[in-house]
Design a protein. Structure first.
Length: 213
C-alpha cells in the first residue's frame, strides 16, 4: 500500500525535466516532506523522443455503482471497479482510489486501458508505511520512482500508484508496497509494453531501507 510519500528531491536531471515542462520553480513539488492523496503531484511519462513531465492529482474518484437491473439481478452499492454493471458511474467526490493492485490491473475494467496506454512514474524520496503496531516508517533509498497510471475525469488528469507484494525487508511492516522502478527500468516501464506487463507480474526486487520516524 502507499498512502503517503516524501518528495524531497535534488536530482538535477529530474529537476530539469520538470522545470522544462512547467517553466517555473519546482520547489513546491520537490521540497515536500509529506505528500497526501488528493494533492497535485509531478509525474513522468514517455514523450515521443524524451521523458516528459506533467502535474496531475493523486487519486481516481471512487465509483459508486448505481442501482440497475441485469438479467433480473439488482446490483447496488459502492464498487471501485464498475465492470459488473453497464450503468453510468456516479462519482463520489469524498473518496479516492489511490492504489491499484499490479497483479490484477490488466484484468480490471477500471484500470486496464490506463495501464496499457497511460503509464507514468512518480518521483519520490521514499514512502511512508505503518506497521500493525501503528508505528510509522519511512521506506526508501535515495530517489525512488513509483509505477502508476493516469486517467482524465471531468477534464482533470488523475493518477493511481500501483502496489505489489512486499519484499522480505518490508513484509514485517505491511503486506503490500508500491511497485518500485529502478533507474534502469524507468524508460522500459514508460515505453515498452512487454516489459510493463512482465513488471506487473514480477513485482519488486529492490532493496529499500525502512526507518522508524
Amino acid at each position: 500500500m502507499c498512502g503517503r510519500y516524501q518528495a524531497w528531491i535534488e536530482d538535477e536531471e529530474l529537476v530539469a525535466i520538470i522545470e522544462r515542462e512547467k517553466k517555473g520553480n519546482t520547489a513546491r513539488f520537490l521540497m515536500r516532506n509529506e505528500v497526501f492523496p488528493g494533492d497535485e503531484i509531478p509525474v513522468l511519462y514517455g514523450g515521443g523522443y524524451f521523458l516528459r513531465a506533467k502535474v496531475v492529482r493523486w487519486g481516481y474518484p471512487m465509483i459508486e455503482k448505481r442501482e440497475t437491473r441485469t438479467v433480473g439481478l439488482t446490483l447496488a452499492g459502492a464498487l471501485a471497479d464498475p465492470s459488473e454493471t453497464a450503468a453510468p458511474p456516479a462519482v463520489k467526490k469524498s473518496s479516492l482510489v489511490i492504489n491499484a493492485r499490479a497483479e490484477t490491473a490488466m484484468e480490471k475494467r477500471y484500470f486496464r486501458e490506463d495501464v496499457v496506454n497511460r503509464r507514468i512514474a512518480v518521483p519520490t524520496s521514499g514512502y511512508y508505511e505503518w506497521s500493525p503496531e501503528k508505528k510509522k516508517y519511512h521506506i526508501g533509498n535515495g530517489l525512488v520512482y513509483l509505477a502508476g497510471m493516469t486517467h482524465v475525469f471531468d477534464g482533470e488528469e488523475r493518477a493511481v500508484i500501483l502496489t505489489t507484494a512486499p519484499t522480505l525487508q518490508i513484509e514485517a511492516i505491511h503486506d503490500r508496497m508500491p511497485l518500485v522502478l529502478g533507474q534502469h527500468e524507468l524508460e522500459n516501464w514508460l515505453y515498452d509494453d512487454y516489459f510493463s506487463r512482465e513488471k506487473l507480474k514480477r513485482g519488486n526486487s529492490c532493496q529499500l531501507e525502512a526507518v522508524a520516524v
